[in-house]
Design a binder for this molecule. Structure first.
Ligand code: GKR
Ligand code: MG
Length: 418
């Protein structure tokens, strides 16, 4: 293989929309559609590497800027590819975390292409698999039975039903377990007053004795409320995730919390690690290859966490199969992955852009795809359909709060709320 064949001919960026149930969180409620962006990195020899990024106008613009920069670069030169994109974005995007979304998505596409060229799975490019399958947690959400009728559009029901109290959450957890065999559970909180969410966790603990549980209110609580919840749930939680805002607030809660604190909100870039470690603000880091710089940087992050005694879990957002494949490959390559990973996949998998078969959630785990690269294949008809849905919907950015206000006009986003 000559280096002229492994150069990038084109990076095709395709924004898509797919169906999402009315999942509640501390910002409001998920809209009927979620947005992602599919990357196809085409090499001179015709090899195509796939990537998937969260959607939204800013991320789309930045990926389009990256697409201009990478043409002609060698797909094996991922450090130079990331540096070129980073310096192209730097003048207009000062946040390293924000630039990270773009470099990460392109790195995954490069690694997929490299794996295809070499006939090896991506996990082999990350040092090899330390596990053949990766455990995921059932991601439970309070939710409505349907997206209500709005602006002439009829109500949209889904197969999961309503979950607005402890019984509803336990029923949802049972369904998740029946369908996918999950053995750990995460509840998205910050929706109802803390005592109601404490009751839901206690109901889950009773229904699934000995199975790890997590609660994540996305900073909906003050330091004082966080301490109260932590005390009430002593012995019931594997970890408490982002109860309150910021490194200083988390450190105050961590000071007397009976369980570890986790984050995907206050430590989201390399420069946040040192201040967080200095004040012992977190004990668990939810990594996410979509913004930490890609799969190799995530592997490096795992080593940094190991050095500082932080345990590792994995964050997710509404996503499809290219992301799930990338999450699975990197999680399989990390020796110190101490907790099962998050995934939204059961909520969105019906609209997946990849050809079925390569990824299956069984016994709460996803087997590491064995085919070359990420081991998944793009379904071009579905990609076209989901791109059309994106174009026709007019939706360009996620807005959980705005959507909630259209349904409940008095709704206010307040963080902390309690
Ligand atoms: O999908 O509503 C959601 C989640 O709240 C998501 O946006 C978060 O980024 O899952 C995430 C988390 O763990 O904070
Ligand atoms: Mg979280």
């Amino acid at each position: 293989m000559s280096t002229s064949d492994t150069r990038v001919r084109e990076l095709i960026i395709t924004p898509i929309a797919f169906h999402d149930p009315p999942l509640l969180n501390s910002n409001g409620v998920h809209e009927p559609l979620a947005l992602r962006i599919v990357l196809q990195l085409v090499l001179e020899d015709g090899t195509v590497g796939l990537g998937e990024s969260p959607g939204g106008t800013a991320r789309l613009d930045r990926l389009q800027a990256a697409a201009k920069v990478v043409v002609g670069m060698d797909v094996f030169d991922t450090t130079a590819v990331a540096a070129a994109i980073d310096s192209a974005l730097l003048p207009t995007v000062p946040s390293s975390h924000e630039r990270g979304w773009t470099t990460s998505a392109v790195e995954v596409a490069c690694l997929d292409a490299q794996g295809k060229l070499l006939g090896r799975p991506v996990v082999d490019l990350l040092g090899g698999a330390v596990r053949d399958s990766v455990p995921f947690a059932a991601y439970l959400f309070y939710k409505w039975a349907e997206h209500p009728a709005l602006d002439g559009r009829p109500a949209v029901r889904d197969e999961w039903g309503e979950a607005l109290d402890p019984d509803g959450i336990v029923a949802q957890a049972r369904l998740m377990q029946e369908r996918y065999g999950f053995r750990s559970f995460k509840l998205k909180g910050g929706v109802f007053p803390p005592d109601e969410e404490i009751a839901a966790i206690k109901a889950l603990a009773e229904a699934f004795p000995g199975q790890p549980l997590r609660l994540d209110p996305n900073t909906a609580w003050t330091v004082e409320t966080s301490r109260y919840v932590a005390r009430e749930l002593d012995g019931a939680l594997e970890y408490l995730e982002d109860p309150t805002k910021g490194i200083a607030g988390m450190a105050e809660v961590a000071g007397d919390s009976p369980m570890p604190l986790a984050t995907n909100m206050c430590v989201i870039a390399w420069e946040h690690l040192r201040p967080a470690v200095e004040v012992n603000a977190i004990q668990v880091l939810l990594t996410d290859h979509h913004y930490w710089g890609g799969l190799r940087r995530t592997r490096e992050l795992a080593a940094v966490c190991e050095a500082f005694g932080l345990t590792l879990s994995m964050h997710s957002n509404s996503h499809l199969g290219i992301s799930l494949a990338a999450m699975t490959h990197v999680a399989a390559a990390i020796p110190n992955l101490d907790h099962s990973c998050d995934t939204h996949y059961p909520w969105n998998s019906a609209d997946d852009v990849i050809v079925p078969g390569a990824l299956e959630l069984r016994d709460g785990e996803v087997g590491v795809p064995t085919g070359p690269g990420l081991g998944v294949e793009l379904n071009h008809d579905v990609l076209e359909r989901l791109h059309r849905l994106y174009v026709d919907s007019g939706m360009r950015d996620r807005d959980d709060t705005g959507y909630m206000r259209r349904i409940q006009p008095g709704y206010e986003r307040r963080l902390p709320r309690w």
